[in-house]
Design a protein around this ligand. Structure first.
Ligand code: GLY
Ligand code: MN
Ligand code: MN
Length: 438
């Protein structure tokens, strides 16, 4: 049974955030609720920063943090509205914000602009991200402008310095709590099962969307929210399109199929890629290329250790992939030279991973200045090298053209070394072939 993230945990996160703010205030804004078209709506997905600090799921919410005050956590929320609630569901309202979400003060969202001046008085620095919601920008900066005269008359700083709130929340989100790790483990477990099912489904003639349906259907049947990002199912050369989500072509015998899919559980997502033979057996060339990617991935995972620079995994993957490509005649000449002149990027054009958590590309910086940050226990990241040989690439031997391969696992950095959260998903050639023929 999963331990839910409870009110105490949210309060503890807010306490850490308020401590980090020091003398500054922060204003976090929910993303707009987009309509799909006409009167139909997408299911709303709260911003990960807001979910992390408050647990609040509904749209039209603004959280204000004021560490110097006796009401440090203020929520502006949709007020109760029986007529609207018939259409879109029960609202927590202002009372719910205080009683169930721990707000020290709460107001209807339409009072934001009129209340901000009093609430922000005395704060010179505001953590706020302009440019995401221009209507909100106008309210916030209009409110701040209106503070100038009263501040001059009565004294008090007004916000004049703006900082991205993501920097501070990102540092908190980067180090996972035990309850977050439990959710990531559950997301990983469901996702591994889904990938195995995909391997068993993707026979010749089956459409990419049928594989997608099996994967996404499994996520929902298991109680996940669905995919944490749009599921990628690329047969044959479609695997060379990194963000291929069209998923509407038939799978062909003799081709590989690349599936990049992760289940989201209580806002936390897994992110797994597997590449497997549609007909159940790798061809000689496919297998050669696959083994290069797999060896690179295994070596890169081994570098996910406390105290090592984040960047090292990428450097290791690049070296192994380049060595493999030179060995297979895809690149010519010296390995180091191919790395230095970046000719490997013709076939490996993306990074080797990213932080993972509430967002698939999770919060947290990778660099301190020009120095790669050091890995710490509790961080979770993906390791996902790949090789993509375009179908019309005349420089590569013909046997490799049109093959795209990526292998991606989710790694928890621990004091005892890398813990592969997605180890249950087959990736050795024999295991993948067996899962495809099951
Ligand atoms: N699924 C997106 C990624 O692997 O980064
Ligand atoms: Mn990824
Ligand atoms: Mn992925």
């Amino acid at each position: 049974m999963l331990t839910p993230i409870d009110a105490t945990a949210f309060a503890a996160r807010r306490a850490r955030f308020l401590e980090g703010l020091g003398q500054d205030a922060a204003l976090l804004v929910a993303p707009p609720h987009h309509h799909r078209n006409a009167d139909t709506e997408y299911r709303y997905r709260q911003s990960s920063d807001l979910v992390y600090l408050t647990g609040w799921e509904d749209p039209e919410v603004v959280a204000l943090f004021r560490p110097l005050s006796d009401q440090p956590f203020v929520l502006f929320v949709q007020p109760k509205d029986p007529e609207r609630e018939v259409w879109t569901g029960i609202r927590e309202g202002v009372a719910g914000a205080k009683e169930r979400y721990g707000a020290d003060a709460a107001y209807p969202i339409h009072e934001l602009a009129s209340r901000l001046p009093a609430l922000l008085m005395g704060y010179a620095t505001l953590h706020y991200r302009p440019g995401e919601d221009l209507v909100m920008d106008r309210s916030v900066f209009g409110a701040i402008r209106s503070m100038a005269k009263p501040a001059a008359r009565n004294g008090g700083e007004i916000p004049w310095r703006f900082v991205d709130p993501g920097r501070l929340v990102g540092e908190l989100r980067l180090r996972k709590e035990p309850a977050e790790l439990a959710l990531l483990r559950e997301a990983a477990r469901i996702s591994c099962d889904a990938h195995v099912r995909a391997m068993g489904t993707g026979r010749p003639g089956v459409a990419e969307y049928e594989v997608e349906a099996v994967v996404d259907g499994h996520f929902r049947r298991q109680g996940g929210n669905g995919p944490g990002y749009t599921t990628i199912v690329g047969g044959g050369k479609n695997a060379c399109i990194l963000h291929y989500v069209t998923n509407r072509e038939p799978l062909r015998d003799g081709d590989l199929c690349l599936v990049d899919a992760g289940c989201e559980v209580n806002y936390y997502t897994a992110d797994i890629t597997r590449t497997w033979p549609v007909g159940g057996r790798f061809s000689g060339a496919q297998r050669q290329l696959y083994e290069v990617v797999l060896a690179a991935q295994i070596d890169a995972i081994d570098a996910a250790r406390v105290g090592r620079p984040y960047r090292e995994m990428h450097d290791i993957a690049v070296r192994r992939l380049t060595e493999g490509m030179v060995r297979l005649g895809i690149l010519q000449g010296d390995v180091t030279e191919n790395i230095h002149n970046e000719s490997f990027k013709r076939y490996y054009m993306h990074g080797t991973g990213h932080w993972l958590g509430l967002d698939v590309h999770d919060a947290g910086v990778y660099w301190h200045g020009f120095k790669s940050r050091t890995l710490e226990a509790g961080m979770v990241l993906t390791v996902e090298p790949g090789l993509y040989i375009p179908p019309d690439d005349t420089l590569a031997p013909e046997a490799f053209r049109g093959i795209g391969i990526r292998i991606e696992d989710d790694i928890h950095v621990t004091a005892d070394g890398p813990e592969n959260l997605t180890a249950a998903c087959p990736k050795q050639v024999d295991d993948v072939e067996a899962a495809c023929r099951a």
